[in-house]
Ligand binder design. Sequence first.
Ligand code: SF4
Length: 146
Amino acid sequence: MATHAAFLGSALPTPTLGTSPRRSHRFTIRAQAADPSDKSVEIMRKFSEQYARKSGTYFCVDKGVTAVVIKGLADHKDSHGAPLCPCRHYDDKAAEVGQGFWNCPCVPMRERKECHCMLFLTPDNDFAGQEQKITLDEIKEATSKI
Ligand code: SF4
């Protein structure tokens, strides 16, 4: 089970999940400073909802985590033309986009349902919520406080 996901980069969205009710795991997500277009956020929001349904996965119990990841994907879509995973460091983002391995949904997710960003969580994950939906307002509200 993924217990730690870190967006490599600087500043911004820092939703922190506290202790799991069942286990004492703790993780923090730090996202890159990003201000993606509303259009790309909406595209990635819809994609995330559809892919959660298709893959039988759920958003994090803390929607702030979901919101930050969606905004990170949207930022990469704006800046690099593809939703490159926002939870990793890349020396050459353009080359990574071209290879496609970490374009969302990445290969580990497609092959094994492993999403280290905690955007798509299998039901047995301690941090999985019960929802496969998130509104644009939820995304904006969750990311405006951080
Ligand atoms: Fe990143 Fe893969 Fe999760 Fe998409 S599915 S957010 S690319 S880890």
